[in-house]
Ligand binder design. Sequence first.
Ligand code: S3P
Length: 170
Amino acid sequence: MKNNIVLIGFMGVGKGSVAREIVRQSGMIAIDTDDIIESMENRRIKKIFAAEGEPYFRELEQRVAKWLQVSVNDTLISTGGGFFKVPKLKKIGTIVLLDAPFKTIYKRIIDHPNAAKKLKKRPLFQEIDKAQALYDEREPLYKAVADVVIDVSGKDYESIAKEILKKTAQ
Ligand code: S3P
């Protein structure tokens, strides 16, 4: 089993913010699958979805997953909300699910000072009903694949990060 920590969870649950706090506390090096895809393509996720469609984006995620499986160790990896569906996810490292009810996630996004931007960059979060349906479909699948489930509701990033580091320590 590899030494990486892989953060999964629904769009807007706070994977990026938690990753930054884990870096602050542990000094681990962090990478993000969406950032890697944007660098590979030299364009934003939103543009990739609009120009090529979702299946193309999912292929890119699979390419990134293969690279992570073969070449990356001792790293904190945050992922896009659908990345958990790549084949052999668990070969990448310890899978940590950031879990919260849909309402909590939605509130976190719309309460953010940059809410409009946060929504705009997420092609699958354009309509609340569709986002809720996607959440309902994925929630059991996230839980099935996770090695560690962290309920993030009502917790600050500092305690979430601490909990993750404690539960993944070897
Ligand atoms: C997606 C989540 C996004 C991004 C893409 C698809 C998804 O990442 O990968 O828009 O399928 O849930 P975030 O979870 O960081 O928003």
